[in-house]
Design a protein around this ligand. Sequence first.
Ligand code: GLN
Length: 309
Amino acid sequence: MKSEEVTRILENAIRIGKGVIRYGSVASYIPELAKADKNKLGICLYTIDGNQFETGNTEDRFTIQSISKVMALCLALETFGAEFVFDHVGVEPSGEAFNSLVELDNRSNRPFNPMINSGAIAVASFIEPKVSFEEMLKLARCFCQDDGIVLDEKVYHSEMSNVARNRAIAYLLESKGVIGGNVEEALDFYVKMCSLSVTAESLASLGLLLANDGVDPSGKRLLDSDTVRVVKTIMLTCGMYDGSGEFAVRVGIPSKSGVGGGLLSVVDGKMGIGIYGPALDEKGNSIAGRKILQFLSSQMKLHIFAKKD
Ligand code: GLN
């Protein structure tokens, strides 16, 4: 596809995305997130052959929130191995909201998957005793090719002051024997990793790393091929919470959303896409981001099962 064509498609995508922003709202259960400007929108697309396309607010910083679950899972898989991780956390879509604890209490003794809060808090509890938050921050900067990533203290404190639900999840995990160590430390690590400040550009770089089998643009392997395959599969089946099935049918690109308005997408073997659009739909996914990805998928034939011509 020619560059001018991609640029035109992105311009149309922004226009289409802007058209649905009014139907969404910014997250408010973490008060600091409610301050975001819901009209912001940026798309950033980095291809494996080195092209970069950007439009809109691609350099605005916002907190990564649930997209950090992808990096934490990568780290846990590489540190402890898939057997250990999936002995404690499942790989099935939960069909419930990201912050639900009903299915954990009633239907299972371990979290359904690592992309929802219960699964990610469990993953954080494995990582936390072995990896300091500073090391996690370094890793995020490296995966995202972005030295500007820092801990957003305001968002971190705002979430820690409103953490009752995640604390309840963490103690339920302890009661089920999933968390063995210090629950409060695990919870703190989880909230800190959610409070890393990124841009649409950082997310596109992370997407590119995963699209390129864990190899960064300089040719250095940062992640094992098996880790990347597993993570992309779980993003496809569980990355958009209880909207994952519909998203897989309509868009068909492994993606992960965060309530800060970020969206990370991986077009395997082709490109990474990062989007910022803080107006969310009722499931907590960027409303404009979803629409944009659907448009890009159809215009650029990016669906995982798109007919090859
Ligand atoms: N830190 C947020 C929470 O735990 C992350 C949720 C999200 O991005 N969906 O509620």
